[in-house]
Design a protein around this ligand. Structure first.
Ligand SMILES: [Zn+2]
Length: 339
């Protein structure tokens, strides 16, 4: 789009083309996304708050009788400092727990700022950090520099100190906090936090709202079933991985439905192309044309789609498990698909 409108866009809407080279080619991933987002800090109940930022990664806050738990940390300790400032406007209880909904760098590398007693993750998330945490950190920082403000404050990988399989229940005084691994979807380690008393769910990137699901490390075949398990809890409110907090059952249903339709439509289209023997680049162009009218307005659509189609093609052909993304593989895939 930018290429065909290059002349007029650069003259009349220079904010679109920053830096200038972006007008010439589609910038890699989100390197050209430089606009800071507006942050919201929403109260969901006396025990639950949502820190959201117009489609940037969300952080959840659970306030119990004697302690605070944070769901996903933000990308750097400096960025996490902003979350802590908001928390301190509503409670002075100690932040004792950090829960990692999954292993992605942009969610976990701010953990040290909270100085928690425990960093909680599923066994599968722990295994992914061991296997690919370093590669993922380098890759994510390069893909989306704006989301790693003050990246020099990151001390290294975030290591869980409390690892569970399937589920663990935490009592924050009288507040029951269920931490559940309901199935694979966005990654194999996906973990949600459920507050049964208030029927509030923090979903991580299993559910997005008005934001494109990143599926570069996904299990497409499993994701819809895992969404069924989320829906079976019948949440009244849901904090997605990206996008605004969903504050009514109708909004929750809409978030679940739109995430499901994106994932299933994309995978079905890629499977069709692979079964017809088409190559990856042709499939990518066809899928992009098919999905853009419905989903192209979602945040990070252009960033995610090449990764999402590449992973879908892998899963539809010969790779049951997602392959590790490295900075080199990122660039190679991008130049192949966006050529
Ligand atoms: Zn993620």
């Amino acid at each position: 789009m930018w290429l065909s409108e290059f002349g007029t866009l650069c003259e009349s809407r220079t904010f679109v083309c920053r830096p200038f080279e972006d007008c010439m080619t589609k910038s890699f991933a989100s390197q050209a996304d430089l606009n800071e987002k507006l942050i919201s800090f929403d109260r969901l109940s006396e025990n639950a708050y949502a820190y959201t930022a117009q489609g940037d990664p969300n952080t959840g806050i659970v306030i119990g009788d004697n302690a605070v738990l944070v769901v996903d940390t933000q990308a750097t300790p400096v960025m996490a400092g902003d979350v802590i400032e908001r928390i301190r406007t509503v409670t002075d209880k100690p932040i004792k727990y950090v829960l990692l909904s999954h292993y992605h760098a942009v969610r976990v590398l701010g953990a040290t700022a909270y100085a928690p007693d425990h960093i909680i993750a599923s066994r599968d998330t722990y295994d992914l950090i061991v296997e690919r945490g370093e590669a993922d950190m380098r890759s994510e920082i390069e893909r989306f520099p704006r989301l790693f403000r003050a990246v020099e404050s990151v001390p290294g990988l975030t290591w869980p100190t409390l690892v569970f399989e399937r589920s663990i229940t935490l009592w924050l005084g009288k507040l029951e906090v269920q931490i559940l691994q309901l199935g694979r979807g966005h990654t194999k380690g996906d973990t949600v936090l459920w507050l049964p008393k208030d029927r509030i769910l923090f979903s991580g990137d299993l559910v997005e709202f008005d934001a494109t699901p990143y599926a570069g490390d996904a299990y497409y075949s499993d994701w819809p079933t895992t969404l069924d398990a989320v829906a079976a809890l019948q949440p009244c409110k849901l904090v997605p991985g990206r996008g605004a907090a969903l504050q009514t059952p109708e909004q929750v249903a809409a978030g679940l439905a739109s995430t499901r339709s994106f994932v299933t439509e994309l995978y079905a289209a890629v499977k069709r192309g692979a079964a017809a023997g088409k190559d990856l680049q042709r499939i990518y162009l066809e899928v992009a044309a098919e999905l853009r009218p419905k989903y192209g307005h979602w945040v990070i659509f252009d960033h995610c789609l090449p990764f999402d189609v590449a992973r879908a093609y892998d899963e539809a052909t010969e790779f049951r498990d997602p392959r590790i993304w490295t900075t080199e593989r990122d660039k190679q895939m991008w130049s192949q698909l966006e050529a």
